[in-house]
Design a protein. Structure first.
Length: 199
């Protein structure tokens, strides 16, 4: 399969890219400043250029999205706007603008995160946008068939505990290798409209 990976330079993106290459797939990497194609997927003009450049794809993977973690009393509307634009709307637009570029039985796999189902202190913005992404996937699945769409919702990465572990006390972390396998399940499997939770 020819697979485009958005956010390929990030921790999850690198793990997904490595596994998919090992599986023999043809990978096109996308990032804001690195990769085969440079694109900020929160910018629709850049998205249009990206699709024109990459042409037809069998699977689209998004492992991108920035969200601020802070107490709700310290979050402003700009923080929620940024979380919505950078993580939720960017992925929604990736799907919406990519429908005609994905093979008829191709797939989209997005990323959310554990705060949508198990909230944490300072994670309100993350929970909000992750929940929106998951709702979008469930709804879009019934409209874009036979193309498939799923979302991977991981716990905090084991490899990111030094940076984010304090936000997730007592949570079971997930190894990036397992995150990559969650994406593999979505890409190579047959399910659609699913939230793939890890662990």
């Amino acid at each position: 399969m020819r697979i485009i990976i958005v956010g390929a330079a990030g921790k999850a993106g690198k793990a997904i890219q490595q596994l998919m290459r090992e599986r023999g797939h043809d990978i096109v990497t996308v990032g804001r400043t690195t990769g085969d194609v440079h694109c900020d997927i929160s910018d629709e003009t850049q998205l249009a250029r990206m699709w024109q450049h990459v042409g037809q794809i069998d699977a689209v993977v998004s492992a991108a999205g920035d969200v601020t973690y802070a107490p709700i009393t310290e979050l402003g509307s700009d923080d929620f706007d940024a979380a919505w634009t950078q993580k939720a709307l960017a992925q929604i637009n990736l799907v919406r603008t990519g429908l005609n570029h994905v093979s008829p039985r191709g797939s989209f796999t997005l990323i959310s995160g554990i705060p949508s189902r198990d909230p944490v202190v300072s994670g309100t913005a993350a929970a909000t946008v992750n929940g929106a992404i998951e709702a979008f996937v469930r709804a879009a699945a019934i409209e874009i068939a036979p193309r498939r769409i799923n979302v991977v919702s991981p716990s905090v990465f084991t490899e990111s505990l030094d940076d984010f572990g304090d936000f997730f006390p007592g949570f079971v972390p997930v190894n990036l290798a397992d995150v990559a396998r969650g994406f593999q399940k979505a890409i190579e499997g047959a399910a659609t409209g699913e939230v793939i939770t890890l662990p």
